[in-house]
Design a protein around this ligand. Sequence first.
Ligand SMILES: CC(C)(COP(=O)(O)OP(=O)(O)OC[C@H]1O[C@@H](n2cnc3c(N)ncnc32)[C@H](O)[C@@H]1OP(=O)(O)O)[C@@H](O)C(=O)NCCC(=O)NCCS
Length: 193
Amino acid sequence: MPFEGIIAERYPKTVSLADGKELVLRPLLEADQPGLLDFFKRLPAPDRLFLRDDVLNSDVVASWCKELNYERVFPLVGLIGDRIVADITLHRQRGGWMRHVGRVRVVVDPELRGRGIAASLLKELMEVSLEIGLDKLDAEFIAEQTAAIESFQKLGFVKVCTLPQHALDLHGGLHDLVLMVYELKDEEYYAGD
Ligand SMILES: CC(C)(COP(=O)(O)OP(=O)(O)OC[C@H]1O[C@@H](n2cnc3c(N)ncnc32)[C@H](O)[C@@H]1OP(=O)(O)O)[C@@H](O)C(=O)NCCC(=O)NCCS
């Protein structure tokens, strides 16, 4: 099914969190630019340091919202009320060696972590990834992001390698880069809920 069809069929989607709050999932829209920038401004500096892009740069956020191409990058936001509280993206290469792999990046509002929001967004993206024929997901971490690495381990990702001094942070500091992989077609996944 073409991506537009998947989007029309699945979203908006409401998920109940363990604390009873309702999380609405939907693709990022051009009109989300101010809300997405506000969301990134709420992130603590150490989190922002380890993100791949300078998310306080309004031009960067504006380009994400304006140059939407869901086939290449599929950004899904989680909202509580009208506030963006999480952002997950699925990055795809349409050709080449890694056309069967999707890369995931996810950030959750610091005040709302530990409530299953990343788990809900990842589960959703895993279902979409299977629907569009991907075999695996991967995610990259700066080695110091130990809590995030542990979270992904609990969500089924496996740490496959560490590339020494492979990441350069926004301030020019070098860090080891950890690569984690999730096998979408594992039997265990199909056996899950
Ligand atoms: C990593 C991150 C996305 C997790 O989001 P979250 O909404 O708090 O995660 P969830 O509540 O869905 O928890 C997922 C699992 O991780 C565990 N977890 C959550 N926070 C954790 C922590 N600080 N340390 C260890 N485990 C943790 C949860 O217990 C849960 O495991 P379970 O299913 O066995 O209970 C969030 O901390 C974040 O935005 N970090 C900054 C950005 C980042 O590093 N992103 C990852 C790079 S792609």
